[in-house]
Design a protein around this ligand. Sequence first.
Ligand code: NAD
Length: 265
Amino acid sequence: GTQVTPKVLEKPGKLKGIARAGVGVDNINVPEATKKGIIVMNKPGGNTLSAAEHTFALMIALSRGIVPACTSLKNGAWDRKKYMGNQLNHKVLGIIGLGRIGRAVAKMASGFDMKVLGYDPISVPKDAEALGIEVTDDLEKIYREADYITLHVPKNEQTLNMISAKQLKMMKKGARIVNCARGGIINEDDLYNALEAGIIAGAALDVFPKEPPENTRFKNIDNCIVTPHLGASTEEAQIEVAVEAAQILTDAIKGGPIKNAVNAP
Ligand code: NAD
């Protein structure tokens, strides 16, 4: 939520460094900081497990209709037929982005005996096979074959709207998709249209192009569950990332090694 805009950086005074307690630096105007000679550092890692667990929580919630079933019972219904679910066991999970969180999700998926297909055009993890990931360089194979698709990529020019109407149409009718990465990687309007038209079975969004979201069409769609950017919101992760961010700042201030600078060049 904290935005380090060009205005904030206009008169930086003695400011030498900005540390982001997490991975995404999209709330910091990095080019402006770079112009002013300010180091921008991130500290990924501390919230990896929290984000992976949230992804899994959303996947399970989708597979069992937990959210609409809960709302329905609280509203006085007892509708067991409507909320017939699906098992995760032996389903195909497509993971797009095999970095820290993508790999942690793969590890959890092995406990559910899911078949994991992974795609990452930049860095394929050395331990992919040990994690049970079948790596593919054909992204469309994931769209065509996966029962569950989860995104763990950064938001950039290549990934913005990477899942739009065309990709959604390639998916199985029963496919369910989770975005715990960044808003805008899935085109929201195309997603809602696909959910309404039954092109895919469900979606869970933790992130939105604008937060809080302006587009609230999901209110009308039972098979879309939403959470307010809670991926890293656990007590454990918040302490870990705060300590790690403080550490990289103090290291840099004391003239020690500058770690995780995203604008070092
Ligand atoms: P990471 O840098 O470890 O991994 C990202 C991976 O995506 C890298 O392996 C990279 O090679 C890959 N990648 C880049 N472009 C790609 C593309 N076009 N197609 C496929 N793969 C591509 O990052 P991470 O720590 O795993 O975080 C993943 C995402 O989750 C980030 O967007 C981050 O901001 C987000 N995140 C969200 C929350 C939350 O609260 N919901 C919490 C933590 C992180």
